[in-house]
Structures are given as structure tokens and as C-alpha cells.
Write a new protein. Structure first.
Length: 132
């Protein structure tokens, strides 16, 4: 049985927010999405991730689900990543990666099976043609 492969932002949405409601400015899923996108672009430090988010401005902030026009600063990223439940975070991402890997493996298997069927069909046509 295969798991449904969710979008990464949906995986981030399922991670419980440990922060108190008072003073919470940015949604956790948006902060995690910003960090993931910045990491994929090669930005490794908190200050680099914060700068990356600020450089792309309001359009990026809205696309990632931020409720304010500014993305978080480096200290906010540090605070979140130092206090997040690392076990829950790891379990959610591991489950997503396994589902993604499983979905990719199924696609490769289906593609291989189709290629084999197509190859056998061509082979059969070639043998039929040569017998004429």
C-alpha cells in the first residue's frame, strides 16, 4: 500500500506550533517553507535565509502564507529552529520523503513496464514483418 504524497507545505502545516499565541507574528508552516526554499537555493545560515526572504519581498511572503508583508528575521528563525520538537519535525519530513520516494518508485516501475510492453510490441511487429 502506498501513501499519498502531500505537498511539502501541507507537511509543514501538520507540525504542531509550540509557540504561545501572544506575540506570534508568522505562521509556523510559512517559516518552515521559507527555510526550505532558502536552503534549496543554497542559503545555509539563519541570516542568509532571512536575507533571501527579504530580497524576494511581498510576493514571496504572500505565496508562502505569511500574514505580514515581511518575512522573519534571523533571530526569529534561530528561535523557531532551536525550540521546535525535532523528533516530530524529523518524523513528518521522513514520512513525506518516504511517500515521495514510494511515489517516484511507482512511476519508474510503471514507466519501465510500459517501455517493456512497447518494446515487445515492436519486436513482435518486426518478427511478423520479416515473415512476410
Amino acid at each position: 500500500m502506498t501513501r499519498q504524497c502531500l505537498a511539502l507545505i501541507d507537511v509543514f502545516s501538520s507540525i504542531p506550533d509550540f509557540r504561545q499565541p501572544k506575540g506570534k507574528r508568522h505562521p509556523l508552516k510559512s517559516v518552515l517553507a521559507l527555510a526550505a526554499a532558502a536552503l534549496l537555493c543554497g542559503y545555509r545560515s539563519y541570516s542568509a535565509m532571512a536575507e533571501w526572504g527579504r530580497n524576494y519581498g511581498q510576493d514571496l511572503a504572500r505565496a508562502l502564507g505569511f500574514t505580514h508583508n515581511k518575512t522573519p528575521c534571523a533571530s526569529t528563525l534561530y528561535n523557531i529552529f532551536s525550540k521546535i520538537d525535532k523528533q516530530v519535525f524529523d518524523n513528518q519530513l521522513s514520512g513525506w520523503a518516504e511517500a515521495l520516494d514510494s511515489a517516484s518508485a511507482m512511476k519508474v516501475q510503471l514507466w519501465t513496464e510500459r517501455a517493456c510492453v512497447a518494446h515487445k510490441s515492436k519486436e513482435h511487429r518486426a518478427r511478423t514483418y520479416c515473415r512476410l
